[in-house]
Every structure is written in structure tokens, then in C-alpha cells.
Design a protein around this ligand. Structure first.
Ligand code: SF4
Ligand code: F3S
Ligand code: FES
Length: 256
């Protein structure tokens, strides 16, 4: 066997052998409106490896201890945004948290603000209703050119951060302004407004700025930064919000 293959197999063995097991306690806020008088806490002990994700631990509970435990998940890789939940007081994606990075006791709640449908699943209809308000699609009724609507790399870079949003709602539900008024449009909607406001191909600036300057618009933001701290995509949410504030103030997006 070639030497490099032997080295590769040895390093794999060390890695496998080095995976430490521990027993984690997951304290989960549970509520089934069809049968419970109110929410309550339930604790589960799960054997996990340090490289397991919190989502794996939740699956272990669901598949081996209590099949009624309810949570959303789909991709398992930080792309679909469906498994946002409050973990030890911070909004996080369960599929992006390694058990080795968490303490032995983990407290898990549904995202705050929105109505709990069951356990860790909340009703995100109000969140998506806010999102739809800012018309999250390209607006341009000019006759299309013969080829694509071309952009320079610089023009693309101007709005690229906003394209990373996976609409997980972690930012909006971590914002104290949303806690006080769930009708406020919230940071996720503003990030998606930014994505089109600063797109050189878009012509919907005036109608979006009218929505953003509303009483429930961008100026309700108090620059608290919770949104930036919790964004699983690393989007500089507060910075984008400040850019949208300036655009709303000056009525255009050309030099903000
Ligand atoms: Fe989630 Fe970040 Fe998008 Fe907010 S901005 S919805 S935290 S991905
Ligand atoms: Fe809220 Fe983020 Fe503004 S937490 S107040 S939207 S900076
Ligand atoms: Fe898709 Fe976590 S399961 S982001």
C-alpha cells in the first residue's frame, strides 16, 4: 500500500477514535395547544459526540425517546432556514451548532414573538407577510435587452450581502422592537429590501422607499445589533439597515 494511503488511514483512525462522547441534557419548552393547558419544560438526556449538531440530538430524542417532539428542519446544512430556534437565550440554527461547542445543559425554546403552533414550531405567516410588503422581486418594465441585463462585478457587490439571506427569521425575532410590536417590518424584510434597492437593474426604488418610510418602517430600528449577532449567514444586518435608512432619508440609492 502506498505510504500516503497508510498515513491517511491512520489519521482517520485517530480522528474516529478521538471523537468524545458526552451526555447532554436538553431542556425543551414544549406546548401542544390541542392537549396542553399551557407551555411546560421537558428534559431529555442524550448521548452525543462533540461533532454532532444540536439538530442530531433533537433527532435522537424524536426517534428514540419521544416521537411527539416537534420541530422544523429540512436541509440540515444551514441553507433552508427552517430550524431556527432559541438556544441558551440566542436565536440559532440547530443544524449549525456543534454539541462540542455547547455546555452540557442546553435550553431550547421556540423563536419568540410569533404564535407557537407546536413545541418549537412557530407560525411564520406574519413574518412572510412583512417580507412580501417590500416586493422582494426585480421590478423593471423597461423592454429587455437582446441578451442579459448586464452588471459589473462592483454593481453586483453592492447588494450581494442581502442575497445570502435564507429567511430564517432569527434576526427579526431577536429584535426588541419586534418584541414590542410584531407589526414592525423587522430586519429580515429590510435586508431583502436592500437586496433590490441597490440592484442596478431594479426600478422599484420609489415604491419600496415609500413602504420603508412608513410609521412601521425602517426608522423603528434602534440599532440594537441583536440581528447582526444572530444572523447564521454572517450578514451585517445592522449595517444594511443603516444604508436603507440613509436611502429612505435622501430618497435615492445612488450615493448611500
Ligand atoms: Fe436569517 Fe440573517 Fe436573513 Fe435574518 S438576515 S432572516 S438572520 S439569514
Ligand atoms: Fe433591531 Fe437589529 Fe435594529 S436588533 S433595533 S433591527 S439593529
Ligand atoms: Fe436547513 Fe438548518 S435544517 S438551515
Amino acid at each position: 500500500m502506498p505510504t500516503e494511503n497508510v498515513i491517511w488511514i491512520c489519521s482517520q483512525a485517530i480522528f474516529m477514535g478521538g471523537a468524545e462522547m458526552k451526555t447532554a441534557t436538553l431542556k425543551i419548552r414544549r406546548f401542544d395547544p390541542e392537549k396542553d393547558q399551557g407551555p411546560y419544560w421537558a428534559e431529555y438526556q442524550v448521548k452525543v459526540e462533540e461533532n454532532d449538531r444540536l439538530l442530531d440530538a433533537l433527532h435522537t430524542i424524536k426517534w428514540e425517546q419521544d416521537g411527539s417532539l416537534t420541530f422544523r428542519r429540512s436541509c440540515g446544512h444551514g441553507v433552508c432556514g427552517s430550524d431556527a430556534m432559541r438556544v441558551n437565550g440566542l436565536n440559532r440554527l440547530a443544524c449549525k451548532l456543534l454539541m462540542g461547542h455547547l455546555p452540557d445543559k442546553v435550553t431550547i425554546m421556540p423563536l419568540p414573538t410569533f404564535r407557537v403552533i407546536k413545541d418549537l414550531v412557530v407560525d411564520l405567516e406574519p413574518f412572510f407577510a412583512q417580507y412580501k410588503k417590500i416586493k422582494p422581486y426585480l421590478i423593471n418594465d423597461e423592454p429587455p435587452p437582446l441578451s442579459e441585463r448586464l452588471q459589473t462585478p462592483e454593481q453586483h457587490a453592492r447588494y450581494e450581502e442581502g442575497t445570502k439571506c435564507i429567511l430564517c427569521a432569527a434576526c427579526t425575532t431577536s429584535c426588541p422592537v419586534t418584541w414590542g410590536d410584531p407589526h414592525w417590518i423587522g430586519p429580515a424584510t429590510i435586508v431583502n429590501a436592500h437586496r433590490f434597492l441597490f440592484d442596478s437593474r431594479d426600478r422599484g426604488t420609489a415604491e419600496r422607499l415609500a413602504i420603508l418610510s412608513d410609521r412601521l418602517g425602517v426608522f423603528r430600528c434602534r440599532t440594537v445589533f441583536n440581528c447582526t449577532e444572530c444572523c447564521p449567514r454572517g450578514i451585517p444586518v445592522t449595517d444594511l439597515i443603516e444604508q436603507v435608512k440613509r436611502a429612505t432619508l435622501y430618497g435615492d440609492t445612488t450615493d448611500t
